[in-house]
Ligand binder design. Structure first.
Ligand code: ADP
Length: 472
């Protein structure tokens, strides 16, 4: 089985959110199962420092009315099992950011990702793959092109929707950049606009999304695309993302001040102590430390956090946030840190190192998302002994179960209603237990740490889906 995985982000080469983690971990897990998995992605600025690159020729693809020549460079994912083909086109990809600067997308996003999609088709032909597995709107053009006969004849396409809120919408007039006959581009039309994700939803042989609950939710509330999703409901499968424990495990994590595990969790306290020192928080080992690591986007529930902030602080917590995004939220948290310098820290930046340290140091991880296709940080938190408090939506509902004081089950705290009060009530249950009963808290922590959310099960599920498709 040969699979080419195509993604706009792949960790550690380019990461904005969870897509990057998945686009690295799933191919790696598939390779472990014997699949010949390869990845195609743009050659962004800085990639050369992260893997050894060799030149393997060049391809020519039509975008924006001309044939663009793109050198292809080959590198590999850390671990050495998965080759990565970088498609180079400096005017499009040699930039500071992946998607755009100052909160918006680059104005030529359409052309940039059309080039990635066209390039992936050429590579798929040269590599002789059975399956082209594409991700989100950036590569949703691939199934449309394959169906229209622009790609290798026998290849089957899988489109994974990591987040339906991002659809790749452009003015209809911009379709000329794609150089497609009208009979083909018409599948990309939605509400008078060009909509790449819509085209991919209709054209892909198989659709997947990143959790079973989200797969059900989007048939009801599908960000305007429910009609197409319902039409394809028989070909839509929810497969839960996993955790790459070679990257996210406190026992081996090189970013931590002290390593620890479920067998010996004592090092966790040292991480909390050091974080408090480094960020100038009160050095209090018993203050419940609440962490958040997130894109600062509306989806993630920051309106609730802002509204409830003073009441949350009144619970006696310390709060540490790592994130960048919407300037409104950035300003709020910077100001909050200024108001409570000993109890609130706001790191308004993107930092892999601090993401790992905050996971390890925090007692509680807060994820009050309005919607969450899968969510990775709650699963990382479980492994790091950081008890998740989440809104029960999408993948959060599939991975976090409310603590049950009667029978001692559950692995975190959940709430349903999207209100500050419901969030505060869940947070209060967590803080109360943490302060009142350290022994029970520890058992709750350890239960989460021992859970297995590795990729293996999900990768097997993907492999079965590929086999079914390839055989059909
Ligand atoms: P989403 O894909 O919607 O952003 P996920 O929870 O699926 O949400 O994945 C987010 C990923 O991005 C996690 O690996 C998280 O640690 C990481 N992340 C988000 N913001 C930052 C940041 N400011 N610095 C470092 N890592 C971040």
């Amino acid at each position: 089985m040969r699979v080419l995985f195509v993604s706009a982000e792949v960790a550690p080469f380019a990461k904005v959110g969870g897509l990057a983690d998945v686009a690295a971990a799933l191919p790696r897990a598939l390779a472990d199962l014997g699949v010949e998995a390869a990845i195609a992605m743009p050659k962004y600025r800085g990639v050369e420092g992260k893997t050894r690159l060799s030149s393997v020729g060049s391809i020519s693809v039509p975008v924006a009315g001309e044939e663009k020549t793109c050198p292809i460079l080959k590198g590999e994912l850390p671990g050495g099992k998965v080759p990565v083909y970088f498609i180079a086109h400096d005017p499009y990809f040699d930039r500071d950011q992946v998607y755009g600067e100052g909160g918006g997308d680059y104005p030529d996003s359409l052309e940039r990702f059309a080039l990635l999609s066209r390039g992936a088709l050429v590579l798929a032909g040269e590599l002789g793959v059975d399956i082209l597995h594409v991700n989100d709107w950036h590569t949703a053009l691939v199934p449309v092109l394959v169906r229209a006969g622009f790609g290798p004849a026998r290849v089957k396409t899988v489109l994974t929707i990591h987040n339906l809120a991002y659809q790749g919408v452009f003015p209809w007039a911009r379709r000329t950049a794609l150089g497609l006959p009208e009979s083909v581009s018409s599948v990309l039309k939605h509400k008078g606009k060009l909509n790449l994700l819509k085209g991919g939803i209709l054209a892909a042989d198989l659709l997947t999304t990143v959790s079973p609950t989200y797969a059900r939710e989007i048939l009801e509330r599908g960000e305007g695309l429910e009609e197409y999703l319902r039409a394809r409901a028989g070909d839509l499968v929810g497969v839960l993302n996993g955790v790459d424990y070679s990257v996210w495990d406190p026992e081996t994590d090189p970013y931590l001040w002290a390593n620890y595990s479920a067998e010996d969790p004592s090092g966790k306290a040292e991480n909390k102590r050091r974080l408090q020192v480094e960020l100038g928080l009160e050095p209090d080992p018993r203050a419940p430390l609440v962490g958040m690591i997130s894109r600062l986007a509306e989806q993630k529930g920051f309106d609730l956090v802002m509204e409830a902030f003073d009441r949350m602080m009144a619970l006696g917590v310390q709060f540490v946030l790592l994130g960048t995004g919407d300037p409104r939220y950035e300003a709020f948290f910077e100001k909050a840190a200024g108001r409570h310098p000993k109890r609130v820290a706001a790191l308004i930046t993107f930092s892999e190192e601090w993401a790992h340290r905050i996971e390890a140091a925090s007692d509680i991880f807060l994820m009050p998302s309005r919607f969450e296709p899968c969510g990775l940080n709650q699963m990382y938190s479980l492994r790091y002994g950081t008890v998740p408090v989440v809104r029960a939506t999408g993948g959060l509902a599939d991975t976090v179960r409310e603590y049950d004081p009667e029978r001692g089950g559950g692995n975190g705290f959940t709430f349903e209603e999207y209100t500050p009060e419901a969030m505060l009530a869940a947070l209060r249950r967590a803080v109360d237990l943490y302060l009142r009963d350290p022994e029970v808290w520890k058992r709750l922590m350890l239960r989460g740490m021992r859970e297995d959310h590795s990729w293996e099960t999900s990768a097997r599920e993907y492999l079965k889906l590929y086999q079914k498709l390839a055989g059909s």
